[in-house]
Design a binder for this molecule. Structure first.
Ligand SMILES: [Zn+2]
Length: 300
């Protein structure tokens, strides 16, 4: 049996695993992401997962963005000690193995396509809806990364050119409508008040929407309409057949997915766009690690 080493790097957690060609995990480990000297923590984690085990053939890394695949460098927003950090080269030097890097949302999409809710689909859009909105595309079974690794930034597709200014500098981005904080912000502006002991976040909003609070329901419908516009546009551009949605906000379940189905039915026109199927993530927090393994296998 042969293995690859999969690594998932996020602002709160580092994860690594030895994964075989079928996607089975032989050994795995996690540790919190330190404020500084992330590379030392990653080195220790890699040692923990690999020492005494079968030698892996390649390394796949999914890392929080932004990143630059042309140079193999990363500058994750919530990891201030890494700015233009040469992650790909550092891991290659450390392990002596071929090392492939992609964004964490791209790895989410690849993982769901390989082993999760998008298994056996021809072309897939993976969307991670949480504090922001990330995405990744798998076209004809292969990840579409783009020359600098920025393909799939669907959270910053404009669904309203006359809409509000986004933090990215663009206007009317879907993230302004559908991310967790923006769902809660719109609901608060429109009269929603969470229970006194609750934080005014998307989780509380989802609970209230499930209980029938009209403003909470309207907030999810508005967010779902924006997502539907983005999904239909992406489907029209690259003929995806399947959408898989993960991230904290996807845990809202029916209060998000039911209006999303309705809005997509309203927004989509062409038959191949109307045929797109939307699923909730089945791998959850493990999707990006699975995708990193798949990435490594595709390069062995
Ligand atoms: Zn934006």
């Amino acid at each position: 049996m042969t293995y690859v080493l999969a690594i998932d790097i996020g602002g709160t957690k580092l994860a690594a695993a030895l994964v075989d060609e079928e996607g089975s995990v032989l050994r795995s480990g996690t540790r919190p992401t330190p404020r500084t000297d992330v590379m030392s923590a990653l080195t220790a984690l890699i040692a923990e997962v690999t020492e005494g085990g079968p030698p892996p053939e390649a390394v796949g890394i999914g890392c929080a963005g932004p990143l630059d695949l042309a140079t193999g460098t990363v500058s994750p927003v919530n990891m201030p000690s890494w700015r233009g950090f040469p992650l790909r080269e550092e891991v290659r030097k450390l392990t002596g193995l071929p090392t492939v890097l992609a964004g964490d949302a791209q790895c989410f999409a690849l993982g769901e396509h390989w082993l999760g809710a998008g298994r056996d689909s021809a072309s897939l859009l993976g969307i991670v809806v949480s504090t922001g909105i990330g995405g990744g595309l798998v076209i004809d079974g292969m990840p579409l990364l783009g020359p600098t690794g920025n393909a799939g930034h669907v959270g910053h597709m404009s669904i309203d050119p006359n809409g509000e200014r986004c933090e990215c500098g663009g206007r009317g981005c879907v993230e302004r409508y559908s991310s967790g904080p923006n769902l809660a912000r719109w609901a608060l502006d429109n009269g929603w008040s969470p229970a006194p002991d609750e934080k005014a976040d998307a989780r509380a909003l989802a609970r209230d929407a499930a209980a029938g609070d009209p403003v909470a329901v309207a907030a999810f419908e508005r967010g779902a309409r924006a997502l539907a516009g983005m999904i239909a546009s992406t489907a029209a551009a690259v003929e995806i057949t399947t959408v898989v949605i993960g991230g904290g906000v996807s845990a809202a379940g029916k209060v998000l997915f039911d209006p999303l189905e309705r809005m997509l039915d309203d927004v989509a026109g062409l038959a191949f766009v109307r045929a797109v199927r939307v699923h909730q993530s089945t791998l959850g927090v493990h999707a990006a690690l699975a995708g990193a393994a798949r990435l490594a296998w595709q390069h062995t």
